[in-house]
Write a protein that binds this ligand. Structure first.
Ligand SMILES: N[C@@H](CCC(=O)N[C@@H](CS)C(=O)NCC(=O)O)C(=O)O
Length: 216
């Protein structure tokens, strides 16, 4: 049995759930309420010592780190081509998932934290203008790289949809709320539109509804 421990409003949960949906894998979902601190329970910490989500459990096998989980799921269905089987193709996809963790996710996370988490989820105050300025500068730096990579390609690594697209596209679900300065990046907008049109993307958006100010 495949199980996933997730906090669905987070892009890091979205991307693993969207891959499972795209592959037709139906994991048992265990929702961890991060606001209540459920990730810090001793039972969960025994699975993931980082006390963060997502975590996958498949029988006795436990895996954490969202991008590793995505590769694990994709490898179960090689015919999907979400993770190429030739070495150079696989490394190209892995390279963009490493770039996600090192550059794209941290830049997006600053604006998501300041503009969404603080006001909508934690209700802990106004965005910090210095953090927004720094986050905006980082966002432009990485968005230029991604926009350039997408020129002349349908997806991040070429004409085939891969796990890298799911990794990099997930934070864009929050682009409006997080006020990502996307105006100059036509390629990113075009590419994200095609991801959003995927049935699995739509299904996952419905599963991951972001708490609204009223509902949180
Ligand atoms: N690099 C990790 C990041 C995981 C992560 O930071 N998860 C956050 C939510 S988006 C979390 O669980 N935070 C709980 C906490 O900080 O207590 C991944 O991609 O899986």
């Amino acid at each position: 049995m495949t199980e996933l421990y997730v906090f669905p409003p987070s892009p890091r949960a979205f991307k693993v759930m969207a891959i499972a949906n795209h592959l037709g894998i139906e994991p048992t979902l265990h929702v961890l309420d991060l606001i209540k601190g459920e990730q810090k329970s001793p039972q969960y910490a025994a699975l993931n010592p980082n006390m963060r989500m997502p975590t996958l459990r498949d029988g006795d096998y436990v895996l954490w780190e969202s991008n590793a989980i995505m590769q694990y799921l994709a490898a179960k269905r090689p015919e999907s081509r979400l993770l190429p089987t030739d070495e150079k193709g696989r490394l190209d996809v892995t390279r963009w998932q490493f770039w996600d963790l090192a550059h794209w996710d941290p830049a997006c996370a600053v604006l998501i934290f300041e503009n969404v988490v603080k006001s909508v989820v934690l209700k802990s105050g106004e965005p910090d203008p210095a953090a927004i300025a720094k986050g905006t500068e980082s966002f432009h730096r990485v968005a230029q790289v991604l926009d350039g990579q997408l020129k002349g390609k349908t997806f991040v690594t070429g004409d085939t949809l891969t796990v890298a697209d799911f990794s990099l596209g997930a934070p864009l679900n929050l682009a409006d709320m997080a006020r990502f300065p996307l105006e100059p990046y036509g390629e990113i907008k075009r590419w994200y539109g095609s991801l959003r049109a995927l049935p699995a993307w739509q299904k996952t958006l419905a599963q991951c509804a972001m708490p609204t100010a009223a509902a949180a």
